[in-house]
Ligand binder design. Structure first.
Ligand SMILES: Nc1ncnc2c1ncn2[C@@H]1O[C@H](COP(=O)(O)OP(=O)(O)O)[C@@H](O)[C@H]1O
Ligand SMILES: C=C(OP(=O)(O)O)C(=O)O
Length: 321
């Protein structure tokens, strides 16, 4: 079983990363939706120090921006209260123009993997919305328009710059968001080949219905299918996520394809030192369903108990195996 932890302010110290590798963690993921590779040099150096201190190779996966929809940067968190009106776009919260153009009145808009929700009221260059589920919105959180699909390139200009820096920063794999066709994976492979990085592993994230349904057409063009339950849950509706995960697992098993399960595996451990029974069962079941890899996100990137979360992940996986 391969196990990964997402890098973030809560864990990026060489001594802690070494401890995680010594426990048996396979490697780390850097989510480039929140940063650039160049800006993370101190973190990638900490990974290199941990490799040397532990004597383990430690994979380093960069998760590209790709076609994923994100809120723009915020200088500080914004509290959204149910019932209030909020503006997206010029004069309001930063959102890219192609997202605003795709919104029609009545559209549901989910923020931060569905933690918060809005309903679009009036649309134009800016979109006014009613907050239907409140919360605290932080910088560059995910934005989902259920049922709407934007046409975006597989790799952003920043992704290409990040790939330029990959060889010099010890990157071993890329994770491509919102894969919906072979074509996108071929673009990623070509971008890697142009940089002499054809040896990098490609993880392909299933994040919406089209990605799920087209899986048989593109599965063999990646190395590891990734069940990205954050966006997949928001796009399908949370109630449809279990069937989707089971179906993807079954298809991967039949094809002999490795697959990774990620997001909220041990979410409670972001704030608490132990997981819930439900989380322990979820991880155990993912292993029984044939997952070849598991990945923590916020638990290690920003949580209070990164080392304990990794310990639990490894222990549950071993117990299941
Ligand atoms: N490189 C980073 N720099 C700062 N904060 C980060 C970074 N990566 C992750 N985080 C924090 O950890 C949270 C959980 O990580 P992740 O699941 O990868 O992000 P998201 O939920 O936004 O897709 C992020 O929302 C962010 O608050
Ligand atoms: C891991 C995921 O991707 P991201 O953190 O980029 O939303 C997910 O959607 O489950």
């Amino acid at each position: 079983m391969k196990t990964y932890a997402t890098l973030g302010p809560a864990c990026c110290r060489a001594d802690l990363l070494t401890e995680l590798l010594d426990m048996g963690l396979t490697g780390f993921r850097l989510n480039l939706s929140h940063t650039t590779l160049a800006a993370c040099r101190p973190w990638t150096e900490a990974v290199q120090q941990a490799r040397e201190a532990s004597g383990r190779p430690a994979e380093l996966i960069v998760d590209m921006r790709g076609p994923e929809l994100r809120m723009g940067p915020l200088s500080r968190p914004v509290t959204l209260t149910a019932g209030e009106t909020v503006t997206l776009g010029p004069g309001g919260l930063p959102v890219e123009p192609d997202i605003l153009a795709a919104v029609a009145p009545g559209q549901e808009i989910l923020l931060d993997d569905g933690l918060m929700a809005l309903r679009a009221e009036t649309c134009g260059r800016a979109v006014t919305c009613t907050v239907t589920r409140g919360g605290v919105l932080e910088s560059r959180k995910s934005i989902t328009l259920p049922g709407v699909e934007l046409c975006r390139p597989a790799l952003t200009a920043q992704d290409l710059l990040d790939l330029d820096a990959a060889a010099g920063q010890g990157v071993t794999a890329v994770m491509q968001p919102f894969v919906r066709s072979r074509h996108e994976l071929e673009e990623v492979r070509a971008a890697l080949a142009r940089r002499g990085l054809e040896h990098l592993t490609i993880f392909a994230k299933v994040e919406d219905r089209r990605g799920w349904q087209s899986l048989p057409q593109w599965m063999d063009a990646c190395d590891v299918v990734t069940v990205a339950r954050g966006d997949l849950g928001s796009n399908l509706g949370l109630l449809h996520l279990p069937a989707a995960q089971k179906d993807i697992a079954a298809r991967c098993r039949r094809a002999g394809k490795p697959f990774l399960v990620v997001t909220q595996l041990l979410h409670t451990m972001t704030e608490h030192p132990t997981p819930t029974r439900a989380e322990v069962l979820d991880v155990y079941n993912a292993v029984l369903d044939g997952a070849s890899a598991l990945m923590l996100t916020g638990e290690t990137a920003r949580g209070r108990y990164p080392a304990q979360a990794v310990r639990w992940l490894l222990d549950i996986a071993r117990q299941a195996e």
